[in-house]
Design a protein around this ligand. Structure first.
Ligand code: ACO
Length: 322
């Protein structure tokens, strides 16, 4: 019989230090009113100076263990950390996490901008279903505030730090992850990028290791792709929007989330919104929001969840799970 992969455990972490819109007012030419009305963000959680992505990832897995017990990690044979802010180019951040839990699993990082965690879920699903792995730890972790240009108010107000972790393993029907939608368009690099060791723009100009964004272009792209990718993912799952009990979108901007909700025809109570509290913490945003929804009793047995994300250079992903 065909194997089915699904999520069996979740955990999340956000660093305790909070930066409010009022704090930002004292650091740059912005206002709480501007930030709230344009983005829905009120606060963001910020990693300490000596706290990095592997530390946030580690804490999200600790949270998972607190919820499900140590046996949740028994048999994990692959660790994937989806991140845009790896501690180092090598070793993989996933290897650092693997080592801290004493696991003998394979480990690698996955770099696919904000949709990275959905990409990681799709890899975990494939590994479990094709027999490559028994149990995959799929983490989204981000210390994005270390990459933010604090002199650029158009990006600095948007981002935060955090992490979320999931165990993916074999499950019985009706549970499981449906086939996912994964997309990318490197032609959009100019609209949202952050430099590493090379260049991604025509002409090969040296990039800074800071987030550079054309907000208006990304906004238009996001609204478009949240619509097309969700419809495609629902279709791949053999469902219609009416079948979706809970929509957990990437938490970048409340206006983008609400536009996607409206296009899907979903009522407000079927959408999870955490952007007000965390800002955009990229790959961490969906597992963090899902963990909140679990804690709030908003995910019930058998519910079908729709997830979708968009992000850098440009990329997108969506999927449905039960
Ligand atoms: N405070 C006050 N004013 C500001 C700020 C700020 N923080 N930032 C920009 N402004 C000003 C601009 O200078 C501009 O002034 P002007 O009219 O005098 O020129 C005015 O506000 C309007 O600027 P716009 O860029 O048109 O504002 P917009 O309504 O588009 O909102 C925003 C900007 C919030 C960035 C929006 O475009 C957006 O959310 N885009 C999507 C961004 C996104 O989600 N990126 C994340 C992708 S995922 C990832 O890569 C991690």
């Amino acid at each position: 019989m065909d194997r089915r992969a699904g999520i069996t455990a979740l955990g999340a972490y956000a660093p305790p230090t909070v930066l409010t819109n009022q704090d930002l007012e004292t650091r740059m030419d912005t206002s709480d009113e501007w930030i709230r009305t344009r983005t829905g963000i009120r606060r963001r959680h910020v990693a300490a100076e000596d706290e990095f992505t592997s530390d946030l990832a580690f804490r999200s897995v600790e949270d998972l263990l607190r919820r499900y017990g140590d046996e949740a990690l028994a048999g994990v044979d692959m660790v994937i950390v989806a991140t845009n802010t790896p501690d180092a180019l090598f070793p993989a951040t996933a290897a650092l996490v693997q080592h801290r839990f004493g696991l003998t699993a394979g480990a690698f990082d996955l770099l696919a901008a904000c949709p990275g965690w959905i990409y990681a879920l799709s890899v975990a699903k494939a590994y479990v279903e094709n027999g490559q792995c028994r149990k995959v730890l799929a983490i989204g972790a981000e210390a994005l505030t270390k990459l933010v240009d604090w002199d650029d108010r158009s990006t600095a107000v948007l981002f935060g730090d955090g992490a979320g972790a999931a165990v993916v393993e074999e499950v019985e029907a009706p549970y499981g992850l449906a086939p996912m939608v994964l997309g990318a368009d490197g032609g959009g690099a100019e609209h949202l990028h952050a430099g590493a060791v090379g260049a991604c723009l025509p002409g090969g100009a040296k990039l800074t290791p800071k987030v550079v964004m054309n907000g208006r272009e990304v906004f238009k792209f996001a609204v478009r792709v949240m619509d097309t990718a969700t419809i495609e993912a629902i279709d791949k799952a053999g469902l219609t929007p009416d079948d979706i009990e809970l929509f957990v979108p990437h938490q970048a901007n409340f206006r983008i989330i609400d536009a996607a909700r409206e296009r899907l025809g979903l009522p407000e109570e079927r959408v999870v919104v955490t952007v007000d509290e965390y800002g955009n913490n990229s790959t961490a945003s969906i597992p963090l929001a899902m963990t909140h929804a679990l804690d709030d009793g908003r995910i019930r047995d058998g519910d079908r969840l729709l997830i979708v994300a968009f992000g850098g250079g440009l990329s997108w992903a969506a999927g449905v799970m039960t």
